[in-house]
Design a protein around this ligand. Sequence first.
Ligand code: APR
Length: 238
Amino acid sequence: MAKISIASQDRVFVLTGAGISAESGLPTFRASDGLWAGYRIEDVCTPEAWRRSPAGVWAFYSARREAGQKAKPNPAHFALAELEAKLGDRFFLCTQNVDDLHERAGSARLVHMHGELAKSRCERECGRPPVEDHAIYRSLDEVGRCACGGRMRPHIVFFGEVPLEMERIQDEIHQSTLMLVVGTSGSVYPAASFVHWARQRGARAVYVGPEEPLNASAFTHVVEGKAGEALPGLFEVE
Ligand code: APR
């Protein structure tokens, strides 16, 4: 497999999706046996779902918390952590994933644009920050309340809500000379636009995954394969 050369002046922006956690045993969303095959987005991942049935939303995210806590990082997560160690502040990782496998593999220069399973926040815009929360709730009355009285909700960006850290993400894309996209179908925006933003600024763009993403035509290079097999040894760092 051809290697990806990273020169001393290159700045690397990495976007990951559910595919990078697939080999850790966590389901993706749009595969035939994916999360959206078993649940309706409108029942568990929208503001209306939260208003209508906070119990149903907590059941879905408690199950995903439990699965995430049992999962372990795979070679793909470790390969990105190693690349970060080599590149330092010339590396930035944006993940759409809400699991903490990147952190547990050693990644530190990252943001979770769709939120994090290991955090909860007040359902109201009371201004208090999200809190760390690993609890697996068996019923709604176990779920705590904010000091303002609001019920605690998963710190997840529901469909229709604004992704997190977009200013930092846009700034890092503007500085990047190489965009690496791993394990995402390119079906959700704004993440699916990132490759176009990078290309407009003359960056190279590489996709790694077993299937072509919807935005495949935007990539200068596609590495077909599973992330856990393709990422280790893929980079040639000057
Ligand atoms: N290695 C790399 N990629 C893989 C692997 C693997 N082992 N297995 C599957 N994939 C790829 C699939 O080919 C697919 O392109 O991972 C991608 C998963 O796509 P989705 O299930 O759509 O997940 P994702 O793109 O991360 O979804 C984006 O949608 O539902 C929302 O907020 C949710 O963050 C999520 C967003």
